[in-house]
Design a protein around this ligand. Sequence first.
Ligand code: APR
Length: 252
Amino acid sequence: MIDDQALHHLVGRLRRARVVAVMTGAGISAESGVPTFRGADGLWRHYSATDLATPDAFARDPGLVWQWYRWRQGIIGRAQPNPGHFALARLQSRTTGFSLITQNVDGLHQRAGSANVIELHGNIWRARCARGCGVVQDAPGQAPREEPVAERDAVPVCRCGALLRPDVVWFGEALDDACIDLAVRAAEGCDVFLAVGTSALVYPAAGLPLLAVKAGALVVEVNVDDTPLTPHAGIVLRGKAAEVLPSLESRL
Ligand code: APR
């Protein structure tokens, strides 16, 4: 059950807001069938994201890491944006000052029509040179340009001879400076900040709603569960993003 009173209050604040920032995490894509990282469905074989999404894991076994990403690409390639993604795209089109920050690498916001998405953790459909020669290209495995089965387990190689890696941010790696600058500015300059479907555990992303609180914004959490952000949120909307966001947007 969505808290009707909280929703009503938020609608008033959103109508008056000059600038709105939204940050999403894996929970917004859950209804599209993309497994979250820390949920019950987050394991692949017996590995968790923290086992595989690291520079060490790639150095040790790049083939294994690519197999995991190809598995995720397969799921994401078949997934469709859900009503939560579409509601945010509509919210953007009716709000003058709007920033959408995502930790997701699935590209589903863009497929739902969102523009200027700040992708803090990269994009699973790109690969880049692991040695850092500067090459960035479409990631192998991208549907519909599917490779022959025999090549699926191979580790792709850059034209400079080094390995290619997924163009995503792994644990222990720095975020792109321009992306995090944009996200910090959005958090510090907004009147309302919505944190949607994130466990609020992974920094620096988890720090963005806290910056917004500090700057005086109303911070709203949309999540099926409590997170470390919950005590700091001015409004907590318990429920699935794919249900809460359309319900909110339709009342504006
Ligand atoms: N609607 C709203 N929230 C949901 C839903 C849903 N349908 N389903 C799950 N959630 C919530 C969970 O309660 C949890 O708080 O979404 C959150 C998902 O948390 P994580 O799996 O930790 O995903 P995220 O916060 O995006 O992870 C951050 O960690 O593994 C790294 O780089 C990866 O970007 C990722 C980062």
